[in-house]
Design a protein around this ligand. Structure first.
Ligand code: GCO
Length: 253
């Protein structure tokens, strides 16, 4: 299927040493892309690269902190110096911090907004500065059900993910004429380390299963197909969209 084929493309996936990011990287690699794994810890990245390389995939690692402006710029300068063109950027890096707003410190609010939202702008800008002159590029941002709906105790995450939806549209508005497509994926409740505490809570687990038409949590690898679609020529006239891969949760009461 050449429409979904990613051979010859290089994809940078932020926050990909584990969790959803790693699953996205594996999916894009299986579709033929060379992947650049990113995270803050070089040892963790090297470990994450092992199974992908063992499976025959072309994998690079780039350790940098997406919240560190100078480090992001330096990383892209290194890509330039090494002749690495990023054709696909998947802005996945994110954190969660659960606390009622009455008890929430501004520093924690800012940390969550910076990691989940501002970093997507920051890394997206650096990628797009190279994509625009080339006249092509794919940017995939990671939203959430909280891009649409609030949940108590996760206000900064909700605000950041709502922002991701509009950042995606802003990217489409400014960069669409340069052959760039910016879209987002909105995962439902997925089995990841980030959600460990929620999965272990019998009440929350029951709520997710009753609210989700699929009646179960999602597995990280179930998001890969949507990422491949948005990274490939199959989506060349799709721009500014957020696609929910959520077992149907956002569509029902
Ligand atoms: C939470 C989770 C979120 C959700 C996800 C749903 O506390 O609600 O940590 O990350 O799993 O965003 O789309």
């Amino acid at each position: 299927m050449t429409l979904f084929d990613l051979h010859g493309k290089t994809a940078l996936v932020t926050g990909s040493s584990r969790g959803l990011g790693f699953a996205f990287a594996r999916g894009l690699a299986e579709a033929g892309a060379r992947v650049v794994l990113n995270g803050v810890d070089p040892d963790r990245l090297a470990e994450a690269a092992n199974p992908l390389r063992a499976a025959g995939h072309d994998v690079l690692t780039a350790a940098f902190d997406v919240t560190d402006e100078a480090a992001v710029i330096a990383a892209f300068d290194r890509f330039d110096a090494d002749g690495i063109e990023i054709h696909i950027l998947l802005n996945n890096a994110g954190i969660q911090f659960r606390k009622p707003m009455l008890d929430l410190a501004t520093a924690d609010w800012q940390r969550v907004i910076d990691t989940n939202l501002t970093s997507a702008f920051r890394v997206g800008r650096e990628a797009a500065r190279r994509m625009v002159p080339r006249g092509s590029g794919k940017i995939i941002n990671i939203g959430s059900l909280t891009s649409e709906l609030a949940r108590a105790t996760v206000a900064p995450y909700t605000v950041a993910k709502g922002g991701i939806k509009m950042l995606t549209r802003a990217m489409a508005a400014e960069w669409g004429e340069h052959g760039i497509q910016a879209n987002a994926i909105g995962p439902g409740y997925m089995v990841t380390d980030m959600n460990e505490a929620l999965i272990a809570d019998p009440q929350f687990d029951a709520w997710v299963k009753s609210r989700t038409p699929a009646r179960r949590w999602g597995r990280p690898e179930e998001l890969a197909g949507t990422a491949i679609y948005l990274a490939s020529d199959a989506s060349n006239y799709v721009n500014g969209q957020i696609i929910y891969a959520d077992g149907g949760m956002i569509s029902v009461l």
